[in-house]
Design a protein around this ligand. Structure first.
Ligand SMILES: [Cu+2]
Length: 131
């Protein structure tokens, strides 16, 4: 009773050789937003930038960490891409039209603190006021 594992392993492992010429730059900056949907929108925008390696937005800290190829792009490209999707960054205000088209839950407070150290202020018990 032997299962024949005849599956032909024809998967050639493609090795992505990381060239040393790639100038890997890591940076972090504040981006306003509310929730995981914001996270998707923000990260999608950042991942659309040519030269991006990784882009992660932290919902608690309201902060973006991006790693990119510095020979292809620069930090401002990420600020601009994220702002174009409707979100405020530390340096570029979010596009108003895009902001208005965000789902209601994502229409963050423009006065929100960003790029926080990680401690969330204790009063955030998410008591939504139903009118
Ligand atoms: Cu959201």
């Amino acid at each position: 009773m032997s299962c024949k594992h005849d599956a032909k392993t024809k998967m050639e492992t493609v090795e992505h050789v990381q060239s040393d010429e790639l100038s890997r730059v890591e940076t972090a900056f504040g981006v306003r937003g509310n929730c995981v949907m914001c996270k998707q929108t923000i990260e999608k925008a950042a991942n659309g930038v040519e030269g991006v390696i990784t882009a992660t937005w932290d919902v608690n800290r309201k902060a973006m960490t991006v790693v990119f190829d510095g020979s292809k792009t620069d930090e401002m490209a990420f600020h601009n891409a994220i702002a174009a999707s409707g979100y405020d960054t530390e340096r570029v205000a979010g596009n108003e039209e895009a902001y208005k088209n965000l789902p209601e839950c994502c229409q963050y407070d423009h006065a929100m603190a960003m790029n926080q150290s990680g401690q969330v202020e204790g009063d955030n018990h998410a008591e939504h006021n139903h009118e």
